[in-house]
Design a protein around this ligand. Structure first.
Ligand code: SF4
Ligand code: SF4
Length: 90
């Protein structure tokens, strides 16, 4: 499922450059994740980079965007045409 950034976000910006899909951007008050680009890091990393680097645990799985690993991998392939997903990440 896609991740979302909760109100805990202090807008430090640490997560933005870590996202392999450029899914994170600065919103009006806090940073935001585009659920159409988030693959939960499937295809790139073993776990969610944004959650790992965040100092306040703001990125959380979004229950409104539940998706299978297959769907997340299909999204990754769309976002990275011509590339192969990293082994062990899907
Ligand atoms: S979980 Fe991964 S793909 Fe999704 S926003 Fe965070 S870093 Fe990007
Ligand atoms: S790393 Fe955490 S606190 Fe910093 S911008 Fe991202 S979600 Fe917000």
């Amino acid at each position: 499922m896609a991740y979302k950034i909760t109100e805990e976000c202090i807008s430090c910006g640490a997560c933005e450059p870590e996202c392999p899909n450029q899914a994170i951007s600065e919103g009006d008050t806090i940073f935001i994740i585009d659920p159409q680009k988030c693959t939960e890091c499937v295809g790139s990393f073993m776990s969610s980079r944004c959650a790992e680097v965040c100092p306040v645990d703001a990125p959380q799985p979004d229950p409104d965007h539940k998706e299978s690993k297959e769907a997340l991998l299909a999204r990754w392939r769309k976002l990275h045409p011509g590339e192969e997903p990293a082994v062990g990440t899907y």
